[in-house]
Each structure stands twice: as C-alpha cells, then as structure tokens.
Design a protein around this ligand. Structure first.
Ligand code: FAD
Length: 305
C-alpha cells in the first residue's frame, strides 16, 4: 500500500505529493488530467516570484518537479469512490483499486459555464472567469460580468477599479449579492447593472467584440460592444464522486480545518475542492503542503498502521 495517496494532479496535488515524497514515504498521485485548471489558463502573472508564465508551461513544470521524486504518477485516471477498510481503498473508473494508509484529496473545481455560443470559442480571447487573475488584462477596456450573486458583484467592484466600464448582467429581477456589496456597486460611476437579462451570445471571431442578451420582461434583444466577459455564476468543486463519504458544505466543498484534516482521520484535502476562502494557484500549493505535512504527522502518530 501507499503511505500517502494523492487524488488530483493540479497545483495542490503536485505540492502535496512532493512534500510527502520528501519525507521518504511511499507516495502515489492519481490525476484525471495532470496540471488541472492551470492547463486552461493563458497567462499567469500572480504566481509570486515568477513575473509571468503561461498555464501549460507551469503545468509542465509541476509535472517535471513531481517526476524528480520517487512518486508513482497515475495520469489519465479518474477516481470514482473512496472506502475505508483496514486501509483506505481508492476505486478508479478503470476498475482498479489502490490502497493507502492516508489520502489527500485535491480534485479541484470547475467554473460553471453559461453555455451560450461564443463562450467556448472565445475562452482566453476575452472570455474569462477569474477577476484576480485576468482583470489587469482588460485595463481601460469595457467588460461584462455575467451573474449578480456575491462573486459577480465582487468581480464587478474589483474590475471597476481597473477597466473603463462594467456591465453586470443579472438573470433575475433582483441581484442576489449581499446588500453591502450592492450598495458599493451602485455607488460606482462606471458600472451598469442590467436585471432580467438572459445572455444569448458572446460575439467575436478573433477576440470578444460584444455580448447579446434579451430582456426577460420585454423580450427585446440588446447588444453591448465590449472586449471582455467575466462569467461569475459559480465554481463547482469536483467532489461528486465522494457522495456519502466525506463531510462537505452546501455547495459540495470538502470541509477542512487549518491542518487540511477532514471529518475522517487519515483523509486530508487541499485546494479548490475544499472550503478554503480563496481559490488561487499559490493558495492551493500552500494548502497541499499543509495537508501533506498533516498526513505525515498522522502516519507517525498512528503506530498500528
Ligand atoms: P485543479 O487545478 O482544479 O486540479 C484538480 C486536479 O484533480 C486535476 O488534475 C484534475 O484532473 C483532477 N481530478 C478531478 N477530479 C478527479 C477525479 N475524480 N479523479 C482523479 N483526478 C481528478 N489562479 C491563479 O493563482 N492565477 C491565475 O492567473 C489563474 N488563472 C486562472 C484562469 C482560469 C481560466 C482558471 C480556470 C483558473 C485560474 N486560476 C488562477 C485558478 C487556479 O487555476 C486554481 O485555483 C488552481 O488550479 C487550483 O488548484 P487545485 O490543485 O486545487 O485544483
């Protein structure tokens, strides 16, 4: 069996695996797609100490760093269930079962898509999901934020300080964001909030040129010319496969404490699949290291293993 088995090969998983291997213990990492969300990122400018890089480049660097160590890398393998016997048993979709004394879950998350024409085609060409990451790329330009919940309102407030103008498109007749955020939003001179707006299409060929929406009340179609669209309708943790196993919050994030422990002793979690306050590469790597050190601590304190 493994001493530490990491599930997920993004920044959190890579960091957890390296920290475990450096303790000289038997370490494995299973990843559906090594690199995770980083693979889908164009430019990264907030990974401190690296002024600028590209997602695929950082993903490759993660993999190369992991391969420097004696770590079993099982890429292109999807976990479908976790059981506790004498040891933990991780079931893979390919039918195999892996056994381990401790498990670190770092299966990340995915942005909820609006699923309108133009979204997939213009990803990284004006369609963005992370204002902390990509906001500065739109300095002085006009952008839309789809979604008027807390993340949409926060994104719009954040972007309003960088871009020329922000149009917020909210599907309902009222924004769902906290009142204090709405007050802040409405106080900003360069933000327009459109309610009852159903996004129809993100337009553009090379780059985003605008957004089309219909007014749910009048049925009228409108087009706004702009250069960027931030989709802010939720981040979904990749934890469905843990249904009924681990304690998770209302939106499916694994509940962890400051050590990365879950409600099951010996199972730890890190990165975007947890209830961490913010989701960023640097934060995921830090939490992966924390979870791994906690797993090591668990192993040395559980002599019967
Ligand atoms: P992820 O990166 O999501 O990795 C999850 C891993 O788990 C993947 O390997 C995945 O294949 C695997 N996995 C999932 N389910 C299973 C399963 N059932 N079995 C096995 N493996 C599974 N952050 C920044 O700091 N700076 C940026 O500039 C930036 N830009 C971004 C741009 C975009 C377009 C996106 C989508 C995100 C961006 N982020 C950025 C956020 C950052 O990428 C994430 O916070 C970070 O990747 C989270 O790391 P993670 O390891 O927790 O999860």
């Amino acid at each position: 069996p493994y001493d530490v088995l990491v599930v997920g090969g993004g920044p959190a998983g890579a960091s957890a695996a390296i920290y475990a291997a450096r303790k000289g213990i038997r370490t494995g990492i299973v990843a559906e797609r090594f690199g995770g969300q980083v693979l889908d990122t164009l430019s990264i400018e907030n990974f401190i100490s690296v002024k600028a890089t590209e997602g695929p480049k950082l993903a490759l660097a993660l993999e190369e760093h992991v391969k420097e160590y004696n770590i079993d890398v099982m890429n292109l393998q999807r976990a479908k269930g976790l059981k506790k016997g004498d040891l933990f048993e991780l079931e893979l979709e390919n039918g195999a079962t892996l056994k381990s004394k401790s498990v670190i879950i770092s299966t990340g998350a995915r942005w909820r898509n609006v699923n309108v024409p133009g979204e997939q085609e213009l990803k990284n060409k004006g369609v963005a999901y992370c204002p902390h990451c990509d906001g500065p790329l739109f300095a002085g330009k006009d952008v839309a934020v789809i979604g008027g919940g807390n993340s949409g309102a926060e994104a719009a407030i954040d972007l309003a300080g960088i871009v020329n103008h922000v149009t917020v498109l909210e599907y309902s007749s009222e924004m769902k964001a906290d009142q204090v955020l709405q007050n802040r939003l409405y106080s900003l001179p360069n933000v327009t909030v459109v309610k009852n707006a159903v996004t129809k299409e993100i337009t553009g060929t090379e780059n985003v040129t605008g957004i089309t929406y219909t007014d749910r009340e009048t049925g009228e179609e409108h087009h706004v010319a702009l250069q960027g669209v931030f989709v802010q309708i939720g981040l979904v943790p990749n934890t469905e496969w843990l249904d009924g196993t681990l304690e998770r919050n209302r939106i499916g994030e694994i509940i962890t404490d400051k050590r990365g422990s879950t409600n099951i002793p010996g199972v730890f979690a890190a990165g975007d699949c947890t209830d961490s306050a913010y989701n960023q590469i640097i934060i995921s790597m830090g939490s992966g290291a924390t979870a791994s050190l906690s797993a090591f601590d668990y192993l040395i304190r559980t002599p019967e293993l």
